[in-house]
Design a protein around this ligand. Sequence first.
Ligand code: SF4
Length: 418
Amino acid sequence: MNTSDAERLATVLKQLGYQETNNEKEADLIGVIACSVRQAAVDRIYGKLREWQLVKVKRPLITLLSGCVLPQDRKKFKDKFDLFIDINHLDHIATDLKNLAPEEKLALSDFFSIDPSYQSDYRAYVPIMTGCNKFCTYCAVPYTRGREMSRPSGQIIDEVKNLLSQGYKEIILLGQNVNSYGLDRKEEIKFPELLKKIDGLGKNFWLKFLTSHPYDMSDELIATMSKAQNLSHYLHLPVQSGSDAVLKKMNRHYTVAHYKKLIKKIREAIADIAISTDIIVGFPTETEVQFKETLKLVKEVGYNTAYFAQYSPRVGTAATKMFKDDVPKTTKKKRWQELNKLIGQQSLNFNKKLIGKTALVLIDQNEKIDKNYLNLGKLANYTTVKINTSKPLKIGGFVKVKITKALNWGVEGAIIKK
Ligand code: SF4
């Protein structure tokens, strides 16, 4: 979602006459997209701000904060950023910038109808909704982005059609909770129907969606997924904790038993599906026994990968008001390391099972090393693939490979000659 936010912000700025640069030294304006969950990510902004203050002494520079910005962040960063922009109201940028740079003016539309300039010419992130009604206690989204708001399905379908006609190979539908797509609009189709329609728009592309909330994952959606032609056999299903008591404190609306039942149903419908998850370790009051329950669940589910973080209280969220951040940093770190080791083993086991299989790889980068090329790409299930070739492979193209070796972080593959 941060990538998609950044793409939309960049588009609006381009419409205002700015050009994108990867070199901060060249920038007249720097925009930061704040994270919804981790305070540590927000705090990292401070270091950058100090650098930018030094630049400002020498030349004009506008700094802008957007994304998940809580009132507390605004207070904290008051006087440090020149502008705060509500991500749902990027149309306000023109007016706000006008006060700083009077020559800029433009009429802009709302977030969804911005036609973004995508960072990639083969992989596109397409937002289908924004906001969330779940109110997990550690998360800022419901306060910063507001309640769930679905994008009209016609607009989404048009954007995907357009991307496919331009040759895009991977479409990733985005929302804080895609499973509740359409629930806020009586007249709108719901997520399984939307997925079916998008799946039917073409052939030979990869379709994915992020993120699913376990509470809202319906049987109808699982059945639709199992029949889809283009949908990657990959699902990101955040569990956050393997302890019912912690899940309750997180206000996640499901139990471990519900989650396990869901995984069973999904695997029965799509046997080779790769499942990844998000986990927070060291949530307030989490005991050693409760953490062990998380390890147990991770072992039982057998994720191919997981994204996990040590809890850092996001100031302004419910958790910071309800609980004391009482798990010592050293304990959080120890739990993180234990989980890291387990997930590493699981990834390696998952990768080993791929040896000997043939699969399509979408190439992301290549680099010349001595006389040969090291190409890196992704399988449909997001596993990274390393391929050595004598000529570089086309970035953004599909190649068929045979998996030859399992690595901790991915696999090696060899091109299959046609
Ligand atoms: S489901 Fe929870 S974590 Fe995800 S966006 Fe909504 S409130 Fe935040």
